[in-house]
Design a protein around this ligand. Structure first.
Ligand SMILES: NC(=O)c1ccc[n+]([C@@H]2O[C@H](COP(=O)([O-])OP(=O)(O)OC[C@H]3O[C@@H](n4cnc5c(N)ncnc54)[C@H](O)[C@@H]3O)[C@@H](O)[C@H]2O)c1
Length: 284
């Protein structure tokens, strides 16, 4: 239903949306969906693997594909490589996009990594890589955009992608868990700070989503260590019971539906909210 339901809507006509982690997965889906509703997009992605994250991150080709898909949806995109941990580079790319499009209305802090390691084996490098990307990266993302948004004085919306791991414990991934809880505290403080400017700040909490973050060679071995050569079907058997609605993982479009609504005028007084999109997973 998702995409179909919003096909004729133009909730972001003339608006500019800044998205991190835009090369693939949810970030790409957000870019296409915002563009299909009239927005111009500023998008960044690291486009290079990380030493302690054991699945491939996106590539420059992926980011170029997002640009093509945004254009096919009738939009325009300023896209460039930036790591959310690198404030100066992030600012440089954002400002180039801002100067091209002339305004900023929405920020979607979506870039993230999932790099589990039980605490007794985890290294400082693993911890730092996850927390710097998933928590400090969100701070950096907001920081490069928010002053211009305030000065523009026309309100705005910030959506931060957390996880169900931002609201409950998740075995064996303390750094991810801590970073995804961390953005909730960040969001609550920022929502208070920006409310007088009519800028709303919310977090979205997906359960598993069928993107390369779980659809890769490592994830099946992690969650199905009981099997010799686990497949994504075996992963599905493990994940499905975690959602009372009996779905193994969601589509990126399910998360885009929530993010677009949160950032639209339909949610004009919704701020400071932790919105699960989880098939009921948090009920357990
Ligand atoms: N896939 C899931 O099961 C799931 C579940 C809950 C929450 N999430 C969250 O959703 C968000 C999007 O993830 P996804 O599912 O699209 O996975 P994904 O791996 O397909 O996309 C993440 C994107 O972020 C980019 N990225 C990673 N580190 C970066 C950095 N330091 N700087 C800039 N870009 C960086 C990657 O290259 C990639 O393109 C993440 O914050 C993730 O934690 C994912």
């Amino acid at each position: 239903m998702g995409q179909e339901s919003s096909n004729n809507r133009r909730r972001f006509e003339g608006k500019v949306v800044f998205i991190t982690g835009a090369a693939r997965g949810q970030g790409r889906e957000h870019a296409i969906r915002f563009a299909s509703e009239g927005a111009r997009i500023i998008g960044v992605d690291r486009c290079e693997d990380l030493p302690n994250t054991h699945y491939p991150l996106a590539t420059e080709e992926d980011l170029a594909q997002t640009v093509k898909s945004v254009e096919a949806a009738g939009g325009a995109m300023h896209a460039d490589v930036a790591d959310v941990r690198d404030l100066d580079r992030l600012r440089e790319v954002f400002v180039a996009g801002y100067e091209k499009f002339g305004r900023i209305d929405v920020v979607v802090a979506n870039a993230g990594i999932y790099s589990p390691a039980p605490v007794r084996y985890a290294t400082s490098e693993q911890w730092a890589e996850t927390v710097d990307t998933n928590l400090t990266g969100v701070f950096n993302t907001v920081r490069v955009a928010v002053r211009r948004m305030i000065e523009q004085d026309q309100g705005g919306a910030i959506a931060i992608t957390s996880s169900i791991a931002g609201l409950k414990g998740m075995y064996g991934s303390a750094a991810y868990n801590a970073s995804k809880h961390g953005v909730v505290g960040f969001m609550r403080s920022l929502a208070l700070e920006l409310a007088p400017h009519q800028i709303r700040v919310n977090t979205v909490h997906p359960t598993s989503v069928g993107t390369p973050m779980i659809n890769n060679e490592t994830f099946p071995k992690l969650v199905r260590s009981d099997l010799e050569n686990p497949t994504m079907d075996d992963v599905a058997d493990f994940l499905r019971p975690q959602q009372p609605m009996n779905v193994a993982w969601l589509d990126a479009s399910d998360i885009a539906d929530a993010v677009l609504w949160l950032c639209s005028d339909e949610a004009r007084y919704v701020t400071g909210v932790t919105l699960p999109v989880d098939g009921g997973a948090l009920l357990r």
